[in-house]
Write a protein that binds this ligand. Structure first.
Ligand SMILES: Cc1cc2nc3c(=O)[nH]c(=O)nc-3n(C[C@H](O)[C@H](O)[C@H](O)COP(=O)(O)OP(=O)(O)OC[C@H]3O[C@@H](n4cnc5c(N)ncnc54)[C@H](O)[C@@H]3O)c2cc1C
Length: 380
């Protein structure tokens, strides 16, 4: 057993941290307040190999593993969770669905462009009427000759307005329920497709969360990803990896909130002493640091299992559930330690408080993670 990152992994953490400090931190509040999508910065991450980190070189990837990917998402999110979610949706949802279930032709056509940042990816599963119950999706795909015709609406799609390629789930056989869902590749300029409402959000405001509208949108039969009817099962495999990235995002934001709280507690003086002298504040910091460490161990275990080709449904959900809840608690305590200044936008506390909430909701709410975990525990 080895609890340390190896030299290369530590170097990666250092490189991503430097990038985040110099290229992201100076713009964080400006992007947040204007809800401005940082497209240029995302393209730069492509040049660093961080948009295809988990894929092999034959598909343009950096040939790293989930440990490295999780480390990069954590470091980006430590400074800005919006960058974390943009990279996560692009990599472990869109690109990874193509990698896991796509044909060789699809992989060669899309993955190198996604890995380099030439293309931005998105993944559309959620619909206005089907969130946690993703199997009840309504969006339809009807076979007509050598094409599929897509009709329906997706909602809450990360990168929806900016994506060049979207993997989207639609019903090909309504009677088969979850075995009647299939995945399709959509290129952004396809007639009959348009991004719809761009959501105005509480947090992660620099990321884009959009509706996707399909009206008689015709895609070639070759755009079916995997086998017809396997879309839901493939999506669940995709989420096993995706949940590691949300856990990493949560971890990064929790770490950022903890560091901000620690720094402030040493600077702020009340009753003639730094507030870090008070046991009440020390215990908050101790709890934050302990929980963050535990969340990191769970996340790295899930990433390690994934890198070793093991099934991670249980471990990914445990990591995502725990890290998400820890991040919410850490951001809450960060605001508390900042007192009134915790509400003021000159300090990072209020943004962490707004941004972390997604981590208990996206890619399966905390309630759904508990269902997944319990199902795994009870299945034998
Ligand atoms: C910022 C953001 C980005 C997102 N990005 C994407 C994306 O890129 N692609 C995508 O497809 N989706 C995306 N989503 C959607 C996200 O995955 C869903 O919001 C999430 O799965 C929950 O679905 P819902 O919002 O419909 O809530 P609902 O499913 O309606 O849940 C409402 C409440 O009921 C609870 N609940 C539901 N069912 C049960 C149950 N059986 N037992 C107990 N409690 C239950 C939930 O836990 C929750 O508390 C994104 C969402 C957000 C906010």
């Amino acid at each position: 057993m080895d609890f340390e990152l190896n030299e290369e992994q530590q170097q990666l953490r250092h490189t991503v941290r430097e990038f985040a400090e110099h290229e992201i931190r100076p713009h964080v509040m400006e992007w947040d307040e204007a809800a401005q999508f940082p497209l240029q910065t995302i393209k730069e991450l492509g040049k660093l190999g961080l948009l295809g980190s988990i894929f092999p070189p034959e598909y343009g990837g950096a040939d790293m593993g989930y440990i490295e990917y999780a480390t990069a998402i954590e470091e980006l999110s430590r400074v800005d969770g919006s960058i974390g979610i943009i990279v996560a949706a692009h990599t472990s949802l869109c690109s990874n669905h193509l990698y896991l279930a796509g044909s060789e032709t699809q992989k060669r056509r899309y993955l190198p462009r996604l890995a380099s940042g030439e293309f931005l990816g998105a993944w559309g599963l959620t619909e206005p009427g089907s969130g946690s119950d993703a199997g009840s999706a309504r969006m339809a795909a009807e076979r007509k000759g050598d094409c599929w015709v897509l009709n329906g609406t997706k909602t809450f799609c990360t990168n929806g307005h900016y994506a060049d390629v979207i993997v989207v789930l639609a019903v090909t056989d309504r009677s088969a329920r979850t075995h009647g869902l299939s995945a399709f590749i959509l290129e952004k300029d396809t007639p009959g497709f348009r991004p719809g409402k761009k959501e105005n959000k509480l947090g992660l405001r620099a990321s884009d969360t959009s509706e996707l509208i399909f009206e008689d949108c015709v895609v070639p039969a070759a755009n079916l990803v995997g086998h017809e009817g396997d879309g839901f099962m493939d999506a669940m495999r995709v989420l096993d990896g995706g949940r590691i990235s949300i856990a990493s995002m949560a971890l990064g934001m929790a770490q950022g909130a903890y560091e901000a709280a620690l720094k402030y507690s040493k600077q702020r003086r009340q009753f003639g002493r730094p507030i870090s002298d008070f046991q009440a504040i020390q215990w908050k910091l101790a709890d934050m640091a302990t929980e963050i460490d535990a969340a990191r161990l769970l996340t790295q275990r899930a990433a390690w299992l994934k890198d070793n080709g093991r099934k991670t449904t249980l471990e990914s959900s445990m990591a995502k559930l725990y890290a998400g809840e820890v991040a919410v608690r850490a951001a809450n305590e960060c605001v508390q330690i900042h007192g009134g200044y915790g509400l003021i936008k000159d300090y990072p506390a209020e943004k962490f408080y707004r941004d972390v909430k997604l981590c208990t909701i996206g890619e399966g709410t905390s309630e759904i993670q508990r269902m997944v975990i319990a199902r795994q525990l009870l299945k034998d």
